[in-house]
Structures are given as C-alpha cells and as structure tokens.
Design a protein around this ligand. Structure first.
Ligand SMILES: *Cc1c(COP(=O)(O)O)cnc(C)c1O
Length: 239
C-alpha cells in the first residue's frame, strides 16, 4: 500500500534516478559578474569584454550569464554545445555572441559552426580551411602559445602572422588573438607571455586580445587584454 508521502507527479521517478546538476543561482551570477568587472576596473581595464565560460555547467548557467549582461559565452566542447543548444541559441539571438575556446579537431568544426559565432582556438592552417569550407560566416581568433607549450593548443608566436594572412585570404574575419598563460611559473610568468600576445595584436592591427581567466585576469588586463574569459569566478569550481 502506498504511503501519502509518495509523490504522484509524473516527474518524481526521474527526479529520483537522475542526479540534478548543481543549481545555478542567477542573482549570484549577476553579483559575481559585477565583482569580476570591479577586478578588471581595479587592474586598470576599461572596455574589457567579459566572456562567461560555461563549460561543465548546465544550460541555466548560460541563461544566467546572458541575463546578467555578460559580453559573450565561452564553451570548450562540441558535444556540450549540442547538449545546451537551445540556451546557446538564445544567447546568440539576444546579442551575446558564443565563443568556442577549446581545442578543436577538424571533424568537429561542422558541429561547432552550428552553435558558435566565434572560434577563438584556431592554431593551424588545416583548421582554417575547414572553417572556411563549413562556416564561412564565423569570425576567428588565432590562439598563440609560448613556443614550448604548443602541444596543448595554440601556435608558435612566429606562425601567427601567416595564419592571420591565410585566414583573411580565405575571407574569414580575424577578430584578434587568444592566449592562455603558461602552465608553469605561476601567475607572474603569465606577464611576459601576455605582453608578447598584445604586441602581436598591435603589430598586426587586430582588434581583440583575448587573455585572462579567473586566476590571472589582473595580469592580463595590465598587459592589455581586451577580453577576459571567466568561468570559476562566476559559476564556482568545476567538478
Ligand atoms: C576553462 C577556460 C577558461 C575559464 O577558466 P576559469 O579559470 O574557470 O576562469 C578560460 N579560457 C579557456 C581557454 C578555458 O579552457
């Protein structure tokens, strides 16, 4: 015999067997976005775009970031873009561009192009060829890495001018460069790398220099970032 405490809601069974994602608190996201903008301002930044990196967080995080006024959404994985497709589409439709920032295999370009407005992680000519073929309307950024860390994505600084030129010849708009700090050496080792990226941006006459994450945004802004990519400072630690 059933007890009165058992819910008859049609969703109750699914609620029990499917562990829900960590709930997203939209007011908290809005508050933390204000804090991030405050950190940017204190580091001397003005007119620095904040891209909210929602990888590993649910679709609600995307919607909360859009509602809070983020300047873009960042995602790293093609399959997550697919899984969050309707929230991602809502972001793009409301004028919050979707940036793909993860390492990208050529065979995933087609999926990514369905959802993203910008691919920031372009680091080789073959990727440009595929983007131009599949998604000529996308804007691109070239990811540059310290010369000894290109295995984790990003091209050698010496390769950047040719990649920018190739992209333009293919008719792709190059918004700028993206870089991630070196993995070793701590926050201060990031400074010279960020300075190198900014110098290349200026030399090539590009608009954007995407650098700075939750842990190193101050260094990046001091070195001339125009776009920071922020995940954990907005949404908490990723599991
Ligand atoms: C995950 C990620 C970020 C955000 O990192 P946080 O430390 O959570 O702010 C930024 N850029 C790239 C390329 C990332 O993969």
């Amino acid at each position: 015999m059933r007890t009165t405490t058992v819910s008859t809601s049609p969703n109750s069974f699914a609620d029990v067997v499917t562990p829900g994602p960590v709930p997203v608190d939209p007011a908290g996201v809005a508050e933390r976005l204000r804090e991030v903008r405050e950190r940017v301002a204190l580091a001397g930044g003005s007119d620095v775009a904040v891209v909210a990196v929602t990888k590993s967080f649910p679709a609600e995080a995307v919607l909360a970031a859009v509602a809070a006024g983020a300047d873009g959404i960042g995602e790293n994985y093609a399959q997550e873009l697919d899984a969050k497709a309707s929230a991602i589409a809502e972001a793009a439709a409301s004028g919050c561009p979707v940036h793909f920032i993860g390492q990208l295999q050529s065979n995933k370009v087609r999926v990514v192009a369905r959802h993203a407005n910008v691919i920031q992680s372009v680091d080789r000519p073959s990727l440009l060829t595929e983007i131009a073929r599949r998604a000529s309307g996308l804007s691109v950024m070239i990811q540059v890495s310290p010369a000894d860390e290109t295995g984790k994505g990003g091209c050698d600084p010496a390769e950047v001018p040719a990649l920018v030129e190739t992209a333009r010849q293919m008719g792709l708009e190059v918004l700028g460069l993206m870089c991630v700090a070196p993995t070793s050496g701590g926050v201060e080792a990031a400074g010279p790398h960020f300075a190198m990226a900014r110098a290349l941006v200026d030399h090539l006459g590009l608009e954007h220099c995407s650098m700075g994450m939750s842990g190193d945004l101050e260094v990046a802004v001091r070195e001339g970032s125009t776009m920071v990519r922020i995940g954990s400072a907005l949404f908490g630690e990723r599991s």
